[in-house]
Design a protein around this ligand. Sequence first.
Ligand SMILES: NC(=O)c1ccc[n+]([C@@H]2O[C@H](COP(=O)([O-])OP(=O)(O)OC[C@H]3O[C@@H](n4cnc5c(N)ncnc54)[C@H](OP(=O)(O)O)[C@@H]3O)[C@@H](O)[C@H]2O)c1
Length: 335
Amino acid sequence: METTRQIVLARRPTGVPVPADFDLVEVPRPVPGPGEILVRMRVGSCDPAIRGFLDDRPSYLPPVALGAPINGMSLGEVVESHNPDWPVGTLLRTFAVWSEYYVVGADALGIERVDAAPGVPLQHYMGALGPVGLTAWVGLFEIGRARAGDTVLVSAAAGATGSTVVQLAKAAGCRVIGLAGGPEKAQIVRDLGADVAIDYKAAADLSDAIAQAAPDGIDVYFDNVGAETLEAVMPLMRLHGRIAVCGMIAQYNDADNPHGNRQLWQLVVKRLTMRGFITYDHPEVLAQAQSELDHLFAQGKLKPLENVRTGIETLPAAFIDLMSGRTTGKTLVLI
Ligand SMILES: NC(=O)c1ccc[n+]([C@@H]2O[C@H](COP(=O)([O-])OP(=O)(O)OC[C@H]3O[C@@H](n4cnc5c(N)ncnc54)[C@H](OP(=O)(O)O)[C@@H]3O)[C@@H](O)[C@H]2O)c1
């Protein structure tokens, strides 16, 4: 019998996940039914949102059951097809499970074809030329309405989304300030083109450090972390500033104790727009976003920042590193 290896949830994490929360198991390879396809995972994606699916509470998707494979996005190749729209050999991205082989239908969450250009590493299509780039683009331009001359602040600026936001905002003619944890990460943010990078862990007073970097205030805050950082930034926004709320990773490992923000009054004082978003809720702009990402990449103005491992068995360690703040760029696993 043909088999597949997959990563399952062994127990629910408390705080930062640890290896014992996950198991590697070998199970019979699933068989596609009518209209379905069998996909071989080529690039697995580690996303902070997965941490929310591991708790026993509703997030924007239901929790993963104990013993069940972990849910996540991946890039894969169709190896058996019962659907003429998805022939063998098609490359696709979809929300599925952390399994070397998985079966999906044509209505799978987020399923989309990937047109990989010759010579471009496949993993970029799971990163800056894929969901990461689209998230950065939608948050910056569709939600944040960033335009040339704006001062853009981005948190987790050495991370997957943040490192892409830095580059997109620079290419659009913005002044860019990045927040990152540690001197090495801050240097990476500078190397990506940010005008100022602040190592927030070394700043005696984060508000002062940001105010010095942006004496006239911030037009767009691209928020990846929430919590104390968001609270520190709100009084520093300019009149009619925009806060694009991409995520709040600072509280994912401790969702029972969310940070209480005491600066919401600034929404009124500064007439701010603060809006959360999910990338794929904006299908009307994704083709434009993808074409601009491809163009910037071809021009050398968008350099995908990635940390890449190999083998399905490395997915838990990669995810633990991501949720421990140890990674830079997009965390990916080649299968
Ligand atoms: N809305 C959407 O559609 C969408 C799509 C994708 C991602 N997101 C969100 O975007 C944010 C960034 O995601 P990403 O995939 O680009 O990941 P990422 O930035 O690569 O995430 C890891 C980084 O987050 C920072 N961080 C801050 N507080 C942390 C904490 N308590 N624990 C761990 N890390 C912490 C760390 O950077 P420092 O060391 O610099 O603090 C860490 O390196 C997340 O909030 C995610 O949920 C949203």
